[in-house]
Write a protein that binds this ligand. Sequence first.
Ligand code: HEM
Length: 148
Amino acid sequence: MRKQLSLRAIQIVKSSAELITLNDTKITTRMYEILFSKYPKVKIIFKDAPQDQYMKLAEIISAYAVNIDILEKLEPALMVIAKAHVRLNIQPAQYPMIGMVLMQAMEEVLGEKATPEFMDAWREAYKSISYVLIEMEKELYLQRRQKL
Ligand code: HEM
């Protein structure tokens, strides 16, 4: 897992921002379909998630693409997500599963626009955003334990 993205991945992800924004709800809707069919057990964690959950995920993915080289701007939004995750006890080991279904949904929705190079860049970007969230969540879990 690494935080630093390659210049090439930054360029690709940034230049795909419009394409992702245009398709964001399609991608995330498809992602949840794949997630719940491949991993039905995960449904229970999302049982209280608001109806607009997929929109929120779409928003952050688009924002990530636009702000990929100025991530500090996204920190407040990422902290809101980290807090929601910690409330539900989300663990680092669950990140690859979400990454896999997200990448599959992107490939399906974007079709031939999702070239291997494009997908590699997004895989890198997903790992990077995961790294940031996991670090924030670690800190929040620690604070929670210290309060007990
Ligand atoms: C880079 C990866 C991820 C991103 C960008 C992401 C994004 C988000 C966002 C934007 C929200 C809504 C937060 C809010 O405003 O309330 C959210 C909530 C949630 N996420 Fe994630 N997430 C990621 C990874 C994961 C993983 C690995 C899981 C584990 C299964 C997960 C499970 C959930 C659940 C269950 C909620 C719903 C919280 C509720 O009930 O309100 N997420 N996530």
